[in-house]
Write a protein that binds this ligand. Structure first.
Ligand code: HGY
Ligand code: MN
Ligand code: MN
Length: 409
C-alpha cells in the first residue's frame, strides 16, 4: 500500500502547486470562477483521471471526480472541500480537504469498495466575490435559491454572467443537486484555522458542531465637506461615527462569552485626505455556537449603530447578506470518525468549529462529518497558514480507517 507518509507528502506538494494559481501577482487570491480556477481544474482533473476517476464539472463550477463502486447503483459517499480562497490566502484552506480525499482514493490502490466515492472540489465557499458564501455546496445540496444568480460583484457582473463566462449554463443548476437519500454521507477534512488543537497538542479534532454566522453590510451617511474650513461642531463625519460604533462592536463581543464579531472591510468615501468622509460602508461578521446568542447580539449591535447615527446626525442603512444557523455534524458519522481516530492511535478531541465550512450546507443533504487538522500558530486566512506533515499523515491514516469502517457496516 502507498505509505501514508508518502501520500501526505504528495498532498502538501499538490497544495503548493495549486497555490501558484492566483488572480493576483505575488499573493494567493482565487475567487469564484476566476481565470486561475481553470488551471486548478486542469490539475485536479489530471490527478483524478490518473486514479481511474471519471471527472465532471457541474453548472456551479464544482469539479467532481467519481471512483466507482461495484455497480452503478452502489451507495454513494462524498468527500471534498472548496478551491476558492480569501484575498492573500494561505495554501491549505479548502484545497487540503480536496487533496486529502484524493490521497484516500490513491491509498485504496484500485481496491473496490462496496460503495462509490465522489470527491467534490467546491467552486465557492468563502463568499469573497459576491458577498454570499457556499454557492458551490448550495447547488450540490439542492439549496441554491435562483435569486442568488442576480448578485453582483464589484465590477457589476452577476453570478449568472460569471457562470456563463466560465462556459457553464446557469439553467443546469438544478441538475447539480444530488438526489436526497442517494448519499450515505459526506466527510470533509479542513485545517482548524484556530489555536485549540495546537494548545492541546492534538493533531486532529472531530467537529461536533459548526457555529452559526451572520454577515451584514452597513452604511453610515454623513456630509462630505472641506477638512480645513468645517468646524468640528458642524461636521457630519461618517467615518468618525463608524469608528465609534466599531469600538462598541468589539466591546459587545468581548463581553459575550463565545461570541466573535468582526468588521473586516471598510470603505470611506470619497476617501481623500482633505475631505470629511460623507459615507462609510463596512461589513459585519458575527458568529456563535448558539443561534439566539448570535441573533440577539446582532440586534444589539444594530441598535448601537442607530443610536450613534442619531446622536451624530448621520443616516444609517444596513442589510443582511447571509444568515447561517449553527449546524451539528451527524452524531453517528462523527462517532465513526472518532473511532477511526482512536483506532489509528491518535487522541480524540471533540470540538466546535468557529469557521464556516461546506459541511454545514452538506448537512442538509446527508449525514456529515468534519475532521480538523491542527493549525500551527492558529494562523489562517493569511499567507503564513501552515500544516504539519505528520498531521496530514494522521488524517490519511484516519481517513483510510474511516472508509474501512464505513464498508464494514
Ligand atoms: O469564513 C469562514 O468561516 C470560512 O473560512 N469560510
Ligand atoms: Mn476560509
Ligand atoms: Mn475553508
Amino acid at each position: 500500500m502507498a505509505h501514508p507518509e508518502a501520500l501526505a507528502q504528495k498532498v502538501l506538494e499538490r497544495c503548493r502547486t495549486l497555490a501558484q494559481f492566483s488572480e493576483e501577482e505575488g499573493r494567493l487570491t482565487r475567487t469564484f470562477l476566476s481565470p486561475p480556477v481553470r488551471a486548478v481544474h486542469q490539475a485536479l482533473r489530471g490527478w483524478m483521471e490518473a486514479l481511474g476517476m471519471a471527472v465532471r464539472v457541474d453548472a456551479l463550477g464544482n469539479l467532481i471526480g467519481r471512483y466507482p463502486g461495484p455497480h452503478p447503483e452502489a451507495p454513494l459517499f462524498l468527500l471534498g472541500s472548496h478551491i476558492d480562497t480569501v484575498r492573500d490566502a494561505g495554501p491549505y484552506d479548502g484545497v487540503l480537504g480536496v487533496l486529502l480525499a484524493l490521497a484516500l482514493v490513491e491509498g485504496l490502490e484500485g481496491r473496490r469498495l462496496p460503495l462509490a466515492l465522489e470527491v467534490i472540489a467546491f467552486s465557492e465557499e468563502e463568499g469573497v466575490r459576491f458577498g454570499v458564501p457556499f454557492l458551490g455546496s448550495r447547488a450540490v445540496a439542492g439549496q441554491f435559491p435562483a435569486g442568488l444568480l442576480a448578485l453582483k460583484d464589484a465590477e457589476g457582473r452577476t453570478v449568472a454572467e460569471a457562470i456563463r463566462a466560465f462556459g457553464l449554463d446557469p439553467g443546469a443548476i438544478p441538475q447539480a443537486a444530488y438526489p436526497p437519500g442517494r448519499v450515505r454521507g459526506y466527510l470533509e477534512f479542513h485545517i482548524e484555522q484556530g489555536p485549540v488543537l495546537e494548545t492541546l497538542g492534538c493533531p486532529l479534532g472531530v467537529v461536533e458542531a459548526i457555529a452559526g454566522q451572520s454577515r451584514l453590510e452597513l452604511a453610515f451617511q454623513g456630509q462630505a465637506n472641506h477638512a480645513g474650513t468645517t468646524p468640528m461642531a458642524l461636521r457630519k463625519d461618517a467615518l468618525a461615527g463608524a469608528a465609534e460604533w466599531m469600538g462598541l462592536v468589539e466591546r459587545e463581543a468581548q463581553a459575550t462569552p463565545g461570541l466573535v464579531a468582526t468588521v473586516g472591510s471598510i470603505a470611506a468615501l470619497p476617501g481623500v485626505a482633505n475631505v470629511i468622509p460623507g459615507e462609510v460602508r463596512l461589513s459585519l461578521d458575527v458568529r456563535h455556537a448558539q443561534d439566539p446568542v448570535r441573533t440577539q447580539a446582532v440586534a444589539r449591535l444594530l441598535r448601537h449603530a442607530q443610536q450613534v447615527a442619531e446622536r451624530r446626525g448621520l443616516g444609517l442603512e444596513h442589510r443582511t447578506l447571509h444568515e447561517q444557523p449553527a449546524v451539528p455534524t451527524d452524531p453517528a458519522l462523527s462517532e465513526a470518525l472518532a473511532r477511526a481516530v482512536a483506532a489509528s492511535g491518535y487522541p480524540v478531541h471533540r470540538m466546535v468549529s468557529g469557521a464556516g465550512h461546506d459541511a454545514m450546507v452538506m448537512a442538509s443533504l446527508c449525514p456529515t462529518a468534519l475532521l480538523f487538522l491542527r493549525s500551527p500558530g492558529g494562523l489562517s486566512h493569511h499567507p503564513g497558514e501552515s500544516v504539519h506533515l505528520e498531521d496530514v499523515e494522521a488524517a490519511v491514516r484516519v481517513g483510510l480507517s474511516f472508509l474501512g469502517g464505513l464498508c464494514s457496516t
